[in-house]
Design a protein around this ligand. Structure first.
Ligand SMILES: [Zn+2]
Length: 371
């Protein structure tokens, strides 16, 4: 480890995070095949921190960076993980940048969450945009609730969501990097969307199955040049259901997802009706849960139509319906319309007041930071 003289206070944090990520990878992905790893902490004034080379990577650290910002730890994780995704699994970084940056971003979030626990993170960036679920569909620039400062209890993938919301439709993950029209669309399609896609895939396949897939991908393709198709066909070997719809919608093309429940009502003594619809052009095979006071009735909406009116017969009282209750589709741009309760009026008032609460809370936090 080579650390800048004025970064003494980071020595333990650097060392502990390297040890942690190395162990995590040996347990969850595969053996680290080299005898050494070298970390170089670059001067703050340089632009060299945050780059990967075989058995060596560079990082940097801010002057003031308490642990609950998760930096520089997450940067150490990210650059180390490139030893696996780019170094050992040596994909073409220009043609298929997601295979190194996307997998690395996904795992950097997993490792960070495991290292710090799900405690949320601190941001000092005034006016930094963070997703407020349910309000992002308006576009973050017009939305006052989106400008935030302070400590947030968000899962790590919140950082990828934040960038994804900045431009949801320009380019697809499968696109070649240099054909994308802007740096932002490159970053989103190489880092953020692939990270979200892998989290989604993990939720669809189940955690254990997904981890077995990653281990097999590593053992089959280490010291080789894997391509996207190699990974995707391996996914097919690990799943009984055909996931072509998933890759067609989130990998090969750029679709917009906003799945919602428009209404739920009781139509007779033992029967309920609800209206599910897909407002975007994207298709995602959805779970739908109908909540009764004692139970959950689980349905799957696999047909590809834009909307469907469901009828459910039950002796119990259905109090609410929710589409994608397990948040398998991280590309859905608006979660606030995913559920609907029978007591529409009460819920409507509640959700409006929640939005106002967010607005006031955020305004106060921003004002509090001035001076
Ligand atoms: Zn990277």
């Amino acid at each position: 480890m080579m650390v800048q003289e004025d970064n003494d206070e980071y020595i333990d944090r650097f060392f502990n995070s390297i040890k942690f990520v190395l162990k995590y990878f040996e347990q969850n992905v595969g053996e680290y095949p080299y005898q050494q790893i070298t970390m170089v902490d670059c001067p703050r004034s340089s632009a060299s921190g945050g780059m990967e080379y075989p058995t060596l990577f560079t990082v940097g650290a801010n002057l003031f960076s308490p642990e609950n910002t998760h930096y520089p730890e997450k940067l150490v994780f990210h650059e180390f993980i490139h030893q696996y995704f780019y170094g050992i699994l040596a994909n073409n970084e220009t043609a298929e940048a997601w295979l190194d940056e996307g997998f690395t971003s996904y795992f950097a979030s997993k490792v960070t969450e495991e290292y710090f626990g799900e405690k949320g993170y601190l941001t000092f960036k005034a006016f930094s945009y963070l997703p407020v679920y349910g309000t992002n569909s308006k576009g973050y620039k017009e939305n006052p609730t989106s400008y935030s400062l302070g400590f947030f209890e968000y899962p790590e993938e919140g950082r990828a969501l934040k960038r994804y919301y900045a431009d949801k439709i320009t380019g697809a993950i499968a696109d070649t990097s240099y054909k994308l029209p802007s740096v932002l669309s490159y970053v989103i399609n190489a880092y953020s969307k692939p990270e979200l896609m892998l989290h989604s895939l993990e939720r669809i396949m189940g955690e254990n199955n997904f981890h077995e897939l990653i281990k097999e991908y590593y053992s089959l393709y280490k010291f080789k040049h894997p391509k996207s198709e190699d990974f995707i066909s391996l996914v097919k070997n690990h799943t009984s259901e055909n996931l072509d719809w998933f890759f067609d919608n989130v990998f090969y093309s750029s679709k917009l997802f906003d799945d919602r429940i428009r209404y739920l009502r009781k139509v007779s003594e033992n029967e309920y009706e609800f209206f599910a619809e897909r407002l975007g052009d994207g298709y995602f095979k959805n779970d739908i849960y109908c909540y009764t006071e004692s139970d959950t009735i689980k349905l799957v909406w696999s047909e590809k139509e834009k909307y469907k009116i469901f009828r459910v017969k039950t002796k119990d009282e259905i109090v609410a319906v929710e589409i994608d209750p397990l948040r398998k589709n991280l590309f859905d741009v608006n979660y606030s319309n995913n559920s609907f309760t029978v007591e529409e009026k009460i819920w409507g008032t509640a959700s409006i007041s929640i939005k106002w609460y967010f607005w006031i809370q955020n305004a106060l936090m921003v004002l509090g930071s001035i001076g």
